[in-house]
Write a protein that binds this ligand. Structure first.
Ligand SMILES: NC(=O)c1ccc[n+]([C@@H]2O[C@H](COP(=O)([O-])OP(=O)(O)OC[C@H]3O[C@@H](n4cnc5c(N)ncnc54)[C@H](OP(=O)(O)O)[C@@H]3O)[C@@H](O)[C@H]2O)c1
Length: 237
Protein backbone atom coordinates (compact mmCIF):
# COMPACT_ATOMS: atom_id res chain seq x y z
CA UNK A 1 0.00 0.00 0.00
CA UNK A 2 1.26 3.50 -0.71
CA UNK A 3 -1.58 5.83 0.25
CA UNK A 4 0.80 7.82 2.44
CA UNK A 5 3.83 7.82 0.14
CA UNK A 6 5.85 11.00 0.55
CA UNK A 7 4.16 11.91 3.84
CA UNK A 8 6.17 12.67 6.99
CA UNK A 9 4.63 11.34 10.18
CA UNK A 10 5.50 11.64 13.87
CA UNK A 11 3.89 9.30 16.40
CA UNK A 12 4.32 10.40 20.02
CA UNK A 13 4.43 7.24 22.14
CA UNK A 14 5.05 4.58 19.49
CA UNK A 15 7.10 1.88 21.15
CA UNK A 16 4.36 -0.49 22.32
CA UNK A 17 0.68 -1.35 22.02
CA UNK A 18 -1.56 0.85 19.90
CA UNK A 19 1.27 3.26 19.11
CA UNK A 20 3.48 0.50 17.71
CA UNK A 21 0.62 -0.72 15.53
CA UNK A 22 0.19 2.84 14.23
CA UNK A 23 3.91 3.09 13.43
CA UNK A 24 3.74 -0.22 11.54
CA UNK A 25 0.64 0.78 9.61
CA UNK A 26 1.77 4.28 8.61
CA UNK A 27 5.14 2.87 7.49
CA UNK A 28 3.44 0.09 5.54
CA UNK A 29 1.27 2.71 3.85
CA UNK A 30 4.39 4.50 2.64
CA UNK A 31 4.92 7.31 5.14
CA UNK A 32 8.32 8.27 6.52
CA UNK A 33 7.74 7.66 10.22
CA UNK A 34 9.46 8.91 13.36
CA UNK A 35 8.22 8.01 16.82
CA UNK A 36 8.98 8.66 20.46
CA UNK A 37 9.13 6.47 23.53
CA UNK A 38 9.78 6.95 27.22
CA UNK A 39 11.16 3.82 28.88
CA UNK A 40 11.02 1.04 26.27
CA UNK A 41 14.29 1.64 24.44
CA UNK A 42 14.77 -1.98 23.34
CA UNK A 43 11.24 -2.27 21.96
CA UNK A 44 11.64 1.09 20.22
CA UNK A 45 14.92 0.11 18.58
CA UNK A 46 13.47 -3.21 17.40
CA UNK A 47 10.40 -1.48 15.96
CA UNK A 48 12.54 1.11 14.20
CA UNK A 49 14.62 -1.65 12.60
CA UNK A 50 11.52 -3.61 11.62
CA UNK A 51 9.71 -0.68 10.01
CA UNK A 52 12.51 1.57 8.77
CA UNK A 53 11.29 4.30 11.08
CA UNK A 54 13.33 6.36 13.53
CA UNK A 55 12.92 6.36 17.30
CA UNK A 56 13.79 9.08 19.80
CA UNK A 57 13.38 9.19 23.55
CA UNK A 58 11.06 12.00 24.69
CA UNK A 59 9.09 12.07 27.91
CA UNK A 60 5.56 13.11 27.01
CA UNK A 61 5.08 14.38 30.59
CA UNK A 62 7.72 17.04 29.89
CA UNK A 63 5.96 19.86 28.06
CA UNK A 64 9.07 21.59 26.83
CA UNK A 65 10.61 18.32 25.61
CA UNK A 66 7.44 17.55 23.66
CA UNK A 67 7.38 21.00 22.08
CA UNK A 68 11.07 20.72 21.16
CA UNK A 69 10.62 17.25 19.68
CA UNK A 70 7.75 18.38 17.49
CA UNK A 71 9.53 21.59 16.46
CA UNK A 72 12.77 19.79 15.66
CA UNK A 73 10.92 17.20 13.58
CA UNK A 74 10.36 19.88 10.95
CA UNK A 75 7.21 20.17 8.84
CA UNK A 76 4.97 17.14 9.46
CA UNK A 77 2.11 15.99 7.26
CA UNK A 78 0.79 13.73 10.02
CA UNK A 79 1.01 14.03 13.82
CA UNK A 80 -0.37 11.17 15.90
CA UNK A 81 -0.45 11.69 19.68
CA UNK A 82 -0.82 8.23 21.17
CA UNK A 83 1.17 8.33 24.43
CA UNK A 84 -1.20 8.07 27.32
CA UNK A 85 -1.36 6.70 30.85
CA UNK A 86 -4.13 5.33 33.03
CA UNK A 87 -4.41 5.93 36.77
CA UNK A 88 -7.30 3.94 38.15
CA UNK A 89 -8.65 3.63 41.67
CA UNK A 90 -10.73 5.39 44.29
CA UNK A 91 -10.31 9.12 43.68
CA UNK A 92 -9.93 9.64 47.43
CA UNK A 93 -6.88 7.41 47.52
CA UNK A 94 -4.95 8.37 44.38
CA UNK A 95 -1.97 10.66 45.03
CA UNK A 96 -2.46 14.16 43.63
CA UNK A 97 0.92 13.95 41.87
CA UNK A 98 -0.24 10.85 39.98
CA UNK A 99 -3.33 12.68 38.75
CA UNK A 100 -1.27 15.69 37.70
CA UNK A 101 1.18 13.49 35.79
CA UNK A 102 -1.74 11.86 34.00
CA UNK A 103 -2.98 15.32 33.02
CA UNK A 104 0.52 16.25 31.83
CA UNK A 105 0.67 13.22 29.51
CA UNK A 106 -2.96 12.86 28.47
CA UNK A 107 -3.98 16.53 28.15
CA UNK A 108 -1.06 18.95 28.11
CA UNK A 109 1.01 16.80 25.74
CA UNK A 110 -1.59 16.54 22.97
CA UNK A 111 -2.49 20.22 23.18
CA UNK A 112 1.07 21.54 23.00
CA UNK A 113 2.14 18.96 20.41
CA UNK A 114 -0.81 19.77 18.15
CA UNK A 115 -0.26 23.52 18.38
CA UNK A 116 3.47 23.20 17.76
CA UNK A 117 2.95 20.87 14.80
CA UNK A 118 0.43 23.23 13.22
CA UNK A 119 3.03 26.01 13.15
CA UNK A 120 5.02 24.18 10.46
CA UNK A 121 2.43 21.80 9.01
CA UNK A 122 1.63 22.22 5.33
CA UNK A 123 -1.95 22.79 4.22
CA UNK A 124 -3.95 19.59 4.42
CA UNK A 125 -2.00 18.19 7.38
CA UNK A 126 -3.54 15.73 9.82
CA UNK A 127 -3.51 15.79 13.62
CA UNK A 128 -4.88 12.63 15.24
CA UNK A 129 -5.04 12.06 19.00
CA UNK A 130 -5.86 8.78 20.69
CA UNK A 131 -8.61 9.45 23.20
CA UNK A 132 -10.91 6.82 24.68
CA UNK A 133 -14.53 5.79 24.73
CA UNK A 134 -14.21 6.77 28.41
CA UNK A 135 -14.32 10.36 27.18
CA UNK A 136 -17.99 9.65 26.48
CA UNK A 137 -18.84 6.94 28.98
CA UNK A 138 -17.32 5.94 32.34
CA UNK A 139 -19.44 3.01 33.43
CA UNK A 140 -17.39 1.81 36.41
CA UNK A 141 -15.85 3.40 39.50
CA UNK A 142 -12.21 4.40 39.68
CA UNK A 143 -11.77 6.03 36.29
CA UNK A 144 -12.54 9.68 37.01
CA UNK A 145 -9.09 11.10 36.28
CA UNK A 146 -8.70 9.02 33.11
CA UNK A 147 -12.18 9.99 31.87
CA UNK A 148 -11.51 13.63 32.70
CA UNK A 149 -8.38 13.56 30.57
CA UNK A 150 -10.00 11.85 27.59
CA UNK A 151 -13.08 14.09 27.55
CA UNK A 152 -10.80 17.15 27.62
CA UNK A 153 -9.50 16.05 24.21
CA UNK A 154 -12.96 16.47 22.75
CA UNK A 155 -13.09 20.19 23.43
CA UNK A 156 -9.53 20.55 22.27
CA UNK A 157 -10.30 18.92 18.92
CA UNK A 158 -13.38 21.04 18.34
CA UNK A 159 -11.49 24.23 19.08
CA UNK A 160 -8.28 23.47 17.22
CA UNK A 161 -10.26 22.30 14.19
CA UNK A 162 -11.60 25.85 13.98
CA UNK A 163 -8.16 27.41 14.46
CA UNK A 164 -6.48 25.27 11.79
CA UNK A 165 -9.44 24.89 9.41
CA UNK A 166 -8.37 27.71 7.07
CA UNK A 167 -5.24 25.65 6.27
CA UNK A 168 -7.38 22.49 5.92
CA UNK A 169 -5.38 20.94 8.75
CA UNK A 170 -7.73 18.44 10.34
CA UNK A 171 -7.90 17.56 14.05
CA UNK A 172 -9.55 14.30 15.06
CA UNK A 173 -9.83 12.10 18.13
CA UNK A 174 -9.88 8.30 17.83
CA UNK A 175 -11.73 6.83 20.83
CA UNK A 176 -10.96 3.14 21.36
CA UNK A 177 -12.80 0.83 23.68
CA UNK A 178 -10.84 -1.96 25.39
CA UNK A 179 -7.79 -2.89 23.28
CA UNK A 180 -5.42 -5.74 24.04
CA UNK A 181 -2.18 -4.05 25.15
CA UNK A 182 0.03 -3.94 28.22
CA UNK A 183 -2.27 -1.20 29.56
CA UNK A 184 -5.38 -3.36 29.24
CA UNK A 185 -4.60 -7.04 28.57
CA UNK A 186 -7.39 -9.10 27.02
CA UNK A 187 -7.02 -11.62 29.86
CA UNK A 188 -6.79 -8.96 32.61
CA UNK A 189 -8.91 -8.85 35.75
CA UNK A 190 -11.34 -6.27 34.31
CA UNK A 191 -12.15 -8.20 31.15
CA UNK A 192 -15.50 -9.65 32.20
CA UNK A 193 -16.77 -6.31 33.50
CA UNK A 194 -15.68 -4.54 30.32
CA UNK A 195 -17.10 -7.16 27.99
CA UNK A 196 -20.43 -7.01 29.84
CA UNK A 197 -20.92 -3.46 28.48
CA UNK A 198 -20.07 -4.37 24.91
CA UNK A 199 -22.01 -5.49 21.83
CA UNK A 200 -18.93 -7.34 20.52
CA UNK A 201 -17.60 -9.07 23.62
CA UNK A 202 -13.88 -9.02 23.04
CA UNK A 203 -10.95 -6.64 23.30
CA UNK A 204 -10.00 -4.86 20.12
CA UNK A 205 -6.68 -5.44 18.40
CA UNK A 206 -4.15 -2.59 18.11
CA UNK A 207 -4.19 -3.09 14.33
CA UNK A 208 -7.91 -2.25 14.26
CA UNK A 209 -7.21 1.13 15.85
CA UNK A 210 -4.26 1.72 13.52
CA UNK A 211 -6.55 1.13 10.55
CA UNK A 212 -8.82 3.99 11.64
CA UNK A 213 -5.80 6.24 12.20
CA UNK A 214 -4.51 5.41 8.71
CA UNK A 215 -7.88 6.28 7.21
CA UNK A 216 -7.96 9.65 9.00
CA UNK A 217 -4.38 10.31 7.85
CA UNK A 218 -5.14 9.30 4.29
CA UNK A 219 -6.28 11.07 1.15
CA UNK A 220 -10.00 10.30 1.57
CA UNK A 221 -10.35 11.99 4.98
CA UNK A 222 -9.60 15.64 4.22
CA UNK A 223 -13.17 16.73 5.01
CA UNK A 224 -13.28 15.13 8.49
CA UNK A 225 -12.33 17.43 11.37
CA UNK A 226 -13.25 18.41 14.90
CA UNK A 227 -14.76 14.96 15.33
CA UNK A 228 -14.60 11.96 17.67
CA UNK A 229 -14.26 8.54 16.06
CA UNK A 230 -15.29 5.79 18.44
CA UNK A 231 -14.05 2.25 17.77
CA UNK A 232 -15.17 0.26 20.78
CA UNK A 233 -17.06 -2.92 19.99
CA UNK A 234 -20.20 -1.12 21.06
CA UNK A 235 -18.93 -0.30 24.58
CA UNK A 236 -20.69 3.06 24.40
CA UNK A 237 -23.73 1.95 22.40
N1 LIG B 1 -5.59 -0.26 25.64
C1 LIG B 1 -6.80 0.24 25.79
O1 LIG B 1 -7.76 -0.46 26.17
C2 LIG B 1 -7.08 1.67 25.45
C3 LIG B 1 -8.42 2.06 25.33
C4 LIG B 1 -8.72 3.37 25.01
C5 LIG B 1 -7.70 4.28 24.81
N2 LIG B 1 -6.42 3.87 24.95
C6 LIG B 1 -5.37 4.90 24.73
O2 LIG B 1 -4.51 4.47 23.70
C7 LIG B 1 -3.21 5.00 23.91
C8 LIG B 1 -2.20 3.87 23.89
O3 LIG B 1 -2.56 2.94 24.89
P1 LIG B 1 -1.93 1.47 24.96
O4 LIG B 1 -3.00 0.60 25.47
O5 LIG B 1 -1.23 1.12 23.69
O6 LIG B 1 -0.88 1.70 26.15
P2 LIG B 1 0.48 0.95 26.54
O7 LIG B 1 0.41 -0.47 26.10
O8 LIG B 1 0.67 1.25 27.98
O9 LIG B 1 1.58 1.74 25.67
C9 LIG B 1 1.74 3.11 25.91
C10 LIG B 1 2.67 3.71 24.90
O10 LIG B 1 2.77 5.11 25.19
C11 LIG B 1 4.11 5.44 25.53
N3 LIG B 1 4.16 6.37 26.64
C12 LIG B 1 3.51 6.31 27.83
N4 LIG B 1 3.89 7.33 28.62
C13 LIG B 1 4.80 8.03 27.91
C14 LIG B 1 5.58 9.17 28.17
N5 LIG B 1 5.50 9.83 29.35
N6 LIG B 1 6.40 9.61 27.22
C15 LIG B 1 6.51 8.98 26.03
N7 LIG B 1 5.81 7.87 25.72
C16 LIG B 1 4.98 7.41 26.66
C17 LIG B 1 4.76 4.13 25.94
O11 LIG B 1 6.15 4.26 25.75
P3 LIG B 1 7.23 3.40 26.62
O12 LIG B 1 6.95 1.98 26.25
O13 LIG B 1 8.54 3.86 26.15
O14 LIG B 1 6.92 3.68 28.05
C18 LIG B 1 4.07 3.14 24.98
O15 LIG B 1 4.66 3.16 23.72
C19 LIG B 1 -3.29 5.77 25.23
O16 LIG B 1 -3.50 7.14 24.97
C20 LIG B 1 -4.48 5.16 25.92
O17 LIG B 1 -5.06 6.03 26.86
C21 LIG B 1 -6.07 2.59 25.25
Amino acid sequence: MSGLAGKRALVLGGSRGIGAAIVRRLAADGATVAFTYAGSAAAAEALARETGSTAAQTDSADRDAVIARVRDSGPLDILVVNAGVAVLGDAREIAPDDVDRLIDVNVRQPYHAAVEAAKQMPNGGRIIVIGSVNGDRMPFAGGAAYALSKSALQGMARGLARDFGPQEITVNIVQPGPVDTDMNPADGPMKDVMHSFMAIKRHGRPEEIAGMVAYLAGPEAGYITGAMHTIDGGFGA
